[in-house]
Design a protein around this ligand. Structure first.
Ligand code: FDA
Length: 307
């Protein structure tokens, strides 16, 4: 219930203004967000890339403004050019949200998002790295997977995300477990109805294992995005059983979440990628992270009451 309330708050302009104007919350935000600008992102990416891989996310979502979508494209192109210039590109890729690139625009949204993402993929290819397309709420799943299939025709290494909480996802995993595909499997971060999604932790975890088995037994490159150490153990066991080498799959975690587990996995020689968000549009991302762990909400409320 708490999680649903925070996800609802992530779309409330009133809550947004309260959180953004409360300086004592800044250290909590900074735990999850690498900074406001590209210089912050580059500094954090360089530090992490010393022992792990990175996916940089220029924060933003749900834009209904074409000029804003264009600014997002430019922000990614700048980031990719700089990654290429300093030689970080092979270890640092980017993650994009189609809703930040115009997918929800009333006229030709999908077409605009496809063209915008294509330009980011071209910049990534030039820099020597890849793009992963994030997954948003279930109303966008079909559209996102269709656009990803189109992008893969020109940029075959383009990855995407499947969410284990959706009942459809085992089928999507089977469709995408093909040579060259890169699939990030996560539990799912939105508040979805029971008609389309599993709602209890045990059901979501069981679905995650089913989906993981399909991806590990398939021909693609699984990207195991979870901080759940039980599922990490299942993934390493499945990788062994299916004869995958250490370069044939990777783990992914979010910036600021379980950093010790991240470095432990990297020290074991496993591929570990950290998702590093940056930018001024941190509010909805931050609220979703708060809702994932009750202790985060407790820190947040303590800081609010101390102000
Ligand atoms: P779970 O929520 O069960 O957490 C397991 C344990 O990890 C917790 O007990 C806690 O200790 C720790 N933990 C988890 N989240 C924490 C947090 N925020 N703060 C502190 N501790 C925390 N979702 C989506 O819908 N679309 C997407 O594109 C992506 N992309 C994505 C990329 C990457 C790299 C990751 C790791 C995750 C995503 N997600 C996502 C988010 C994902 O769907 C999910 O909401 C979170 O990863 C939390 O789920 P866990 O698998 O960690 O399990």
């Amino acid at each position: 219930m708490l999680r649903s309330a925070l996800i609802a708050a992530s779309r409330s302009p009133g809550c947004r203004s309260l959180v953004e104007r409360t300086p004592v919350l800044r250290p909590i935000v900074d735990r999850f967000v690498a900074g406001r600008g590209i210089d912050d992102a580059m500094r954090v990416a360089r530090t992490i890339a010393a022992d792990r891989l990175v996916s940089l996310d220029h924060l933003g979502e749900d834009t209904l403004d074409r000029a804003q979508a264009e600014r997002t494209v430019e922000a990614y192109r700048t980031a990719l050019r700089r990654l290429g210039e300093v030689g970080l590109a092979p270890r640092v890729e980017v993650s994009v949200k189609l809703s930040a690139l115009g997918q929800a625009l009333p006229a030709d949204g999908e077409k605009i998002a496809l063209e915008n993402t294509r330009r980011i993929c071209a910049a990534a290819a030039e820099a020597g790295t890849t793009v992963t397309v994030d997954m948003e709420d279930h109303t966008t799943t079909d559209s996102t997977l269709t656009l990803v299939r189109e992008l893969r025709a020109d940029f075959p290494a383009t990855g995407t995300v499947l969410q284990a909480y959706l009942k459809r996802t085992a089928g999507d995993c089977a469709d995408f477990a093909v040579p060259g595909s890169r699939i990030r499997l996560c539990k799912g971060a939105y508040d979805e109805p029971a008609s389309v999604a599993y709602r209890t932790k045990s059901e979501v975890d069981a679905s995650y294992v089913r989906c993981l088995k399909i991806l590990m037994n398939g021909d693609g490159y699984p990207m195991v995005a979870t901080h759940d150490t039980r599922l990490i153990d299942v993934a390493t066991m499945l990788a062994e059983q299916t004869g995958r080498g250490r370069d044939d799959y990777e783990f992914q975690m979010l910036y600021g979440v379980r950093p010790q587990v991240q470095t432990q996995l990297a020290r074991r020689g496993l591929r570990m990628r950290v998702y590093v968000p940056y930018g001024t549009e941190w509010y909805p991302y931050f609220m979703r992270r708060l809702g994932e762990r009750p202790a985060n909400v407790a820190f947040f409320l303590q800081a609010l009451t101390r102000r």
